[in-house]
Design a binder for this molecule. Structure first.
Ligand code: FPP
Length: 255
């Protein structure tokens, strides 16, 4: 859908949509518990929110939507919940890929993907490959991902390059580190949303969010809808991002 055909919530400026939105999708378990249901039902409902928000973000013209779908620490959950989540993620990607392709959504997988069960990996790769030629929204799925895992990996890659004579330690700067992150080449998130009422970062994109705007929503992820997403964007649009500079400097840069 084109942005001018959307029934945009009052106060949302379609000309200042953040290019990159990252989301910590939290609250599936509580959503289920409140209804005396198994946590897995909460995760299934969470998939509906993923579909809804992906479609809306794409319609709004967001360039990158980065979702924290399964963290390194989530491996420590009870085995049956891990299995449920793995199967759900694998099945969802395969099922949704044709529609994602129709909507020109490009899929990227970030994290220690080798740790995922083979059948899930196969589905993920199939879904990603189906959308390979799409150039609309980039849907970045973080799976078996944590920021400390990512930074440790980057250090290992850099150390290898130094050992093998490809890199001089004196040449290591921020861009060298950035180029070894899983998000290499992707602009940092403008906005990081966490749903579910908790106010922490939980090992997500620690390097990349240095200057992101943070937004904490009390809404549990399965209830997070277009209106809740728009509320986050409106808040974002009303903030002044200074990147360590003064208001006056920012204003003169905008002229
Ligand atoms: C946190 O809620 C949510 C997760 C650990 C999983 C999120 C995954 C999905 C919504 C499915 C994603 C699927 C695709 C295809 C991307 P929680 O269980 O920690 O909730 P709680 O804090 O209420 O217990």
């Amino acid at each position: 859908m084109k942005i001018d055909e959307l029934n945009l919530p009052e106060g949302l400026d379609p000309k200042h949509i953040p290019a990159h939105v990252a989301i910590i999708m939290d609250g599936n378990g509580r959503w289920a518990r409140q209804r005396l249901m198994n946590r897995s039902i909460g995760h299934s409902e969470g998939v509906n929110s993923v579909n809804r928000i992906t479609r809306f973000a794409s319609d709004l013209g967001v360039r990158d939507l980065t979702l924290y779908a399964f963290s390194t620490e989530n491996w420590n959950r009870p085995a049956d919940e891990v299995d449920t989540l793995m199967n759900l993620i694998g099945e969802t990607i395969l099922r949704e890929a044709p529609e994602l392709r129709e909507n020109n959504v490009h899929i990227r997988l970030f994290g220690d993907i080798d740790r995922l069960p083979e059948s899930v990996r196969r589905n993920l790769f199939e879904g990603r490959d189906l959308c390979q030629s799409c150039n609309g929204l980039n849907l970045n799925l973080c799976l078996s991902y944590s920021s400390r895992w990512e930074i440790t990996r980057a250090v290992r890659l850099i150390a290898r390059d130094v050992r093998e004579g490809r890199l001089d330690p004196d040449d290591i700067d921020e861009s060298v580190i950035e180029s070894r992150l899983v998000t290499a080449g992707i602009p940092d998130p403008d906005l990081l949303i966490r749903t579910g009422g908790e106010q922490r970062i939980s090992n997500f994109l620690l390097w990349q969010i240095a200057y992101s705007e943070l937004y904490f929503s009390p809404v549990l992820w399965p209830d997070f809808d277009e209106k809740a997403f728009a509320d986050a964007l409106i808040q974002y649009q009303n903030r002044e991002r200074r990147f360590g500079m003064t208001s006056e400097q920012i204003l003169s840069l905008q002229k």
